[in-house]
Design a protein around this ligand. Structure first.
Ligand SMILES: Nc1ncnc2c1ncn2[C@@H]1O[C@H](COP(=O)(O)OP(=O)(O)OP(=O)(O)O)[C@@H](O)[C@H]1O
Ligand SMILES: [Mg+2]
Length: 270
């Protein structure tokens, strides 16, 4: 459960990005977050990830008040929250498998468990045949599916997506949204920030509308949503567990720099 009580965010330059925001998102719910550019959508997602702190108000995630969370507890919170961005943010010099596995490796998980989790996701997201490929060799839709797999590999309770379809053509965007809706059906809370009214109207899911930082509308989910279920997300129990060959990328300093940069991002995220 995510709860916000009278949340305000004012940036140092005086911009009021969020104004008196009070809302609640239940476990396993799927929610669109929309509103014009500058309305505060990304700011809200950043507050949930504690990448920024609210100026005033309380934010509770799973009953914990993250507004008063100590710095040292932030990584634990973030392990419970996956995030997906418009521009995928994959590590160019690492394979699909490695991109998905990286946060588990950092956590020191065993190779066997890493293989199990990554293969399960590759399976469910129809990416098995791309496991050894590099992001540059993937289509945009495939790259976004890898980014979703990376966000899910920690088995987070919450998945946030900031304009996840922004770089995709309408058909691929549709596929990615189906996938995100399917993920919420399996119990993950999913919040998708998007401008795209076509997607929002089509799915009939709950929609929070922000206008200049205020919640101007909270449209409930429609009773009969015209949702076609085409995407398939991994089922537990485990399926394929055959270890995949991990192809190492050429190691250069530039590579290391890039990895560090993306890790700083994903650290913030996962
Ligand atoms: N670091 C910052 N410093 C100052 N103002 C900021 C900062 N980040 C965002 N803002 C301002 O806060 C407001 C909300 O920005 P935010 O990025 O959350 O909007 P958004 O709804 O995600 O917009 P978009 O649809 O364009 O992504 C905007 O007026 C923006 O200019
Ligand atoms: Mg934004």
């Amino acid at each position: 459960m995510i709860q916000l009580f009278h949340v305000y965010k004012r940036y140092p330059n005086g911009t009021d990005a969020l104004v008196d925001l009070t809302l609640r998102v239940r476990e396993g719910e799927f929610v669109f977050l929309t509103g014009p550019s500058g309305a505060g959508k990304s700011t809200l997602l950043r507050l949930l990830l504690v990448m920024e702190r609210a100026t005033e108000g309380q934010i509770l995630i799973g009953g914990r008040n993250i507004h008063v969370l100590q710095e040292k507890s932030i990584p634990f919170l973030r392990r419970n929250i996956g995030i997906v961005f418009q521009d995928f943010r994959l590590i160019r010099t690492r394979t699909v498998f490695e991109n998905i596995a990286i946060s588990l490796e950092i956590m020191g998980m065993s190779g066997k468990e890493i293989n199990r989790r990554v293969n399960q996701l590759l399976d469910g997201l129809r990416l098995n045949h791309r496991a050894g490929a590099y992001p540059g060799d993937l289509s945009a839709g495939e790259q976004q599916r890898v980014a979703i797999a990376r966000a899910l590999v920690n088995e987070p309770a919450i998945l946030l997506a900031d304009e996840p379809t922004g770089n995709l053509d309408p058909e691929l965007g549709q596929e990615i949204l189906q996938l995100l809706i399917e993920i919420s059906r399996r119990g993950t809370t999913v919040i998708v920030a998007t401008h795209d009214h076509g997607h929002i109207d089509r799915h009939g899911m709950r929609t929070l509308v922000l206008t200049r930082g205020q919640l101007s509308e909270d449209r409930p989910r429609q009773a009969v949503a015209a949702v076609r279920s085409s995407a398939v997300v991994p089922q537990s129990p485990v399926r394929a567990t055959t270890p995949l060959p991990v192809t190492s990328a050429p190691n250069s300093e530039q590579d290391d720099d890039e990895v560090r940069e993306v890790l700083d991002d994903t650290e913030e995220l996962s």
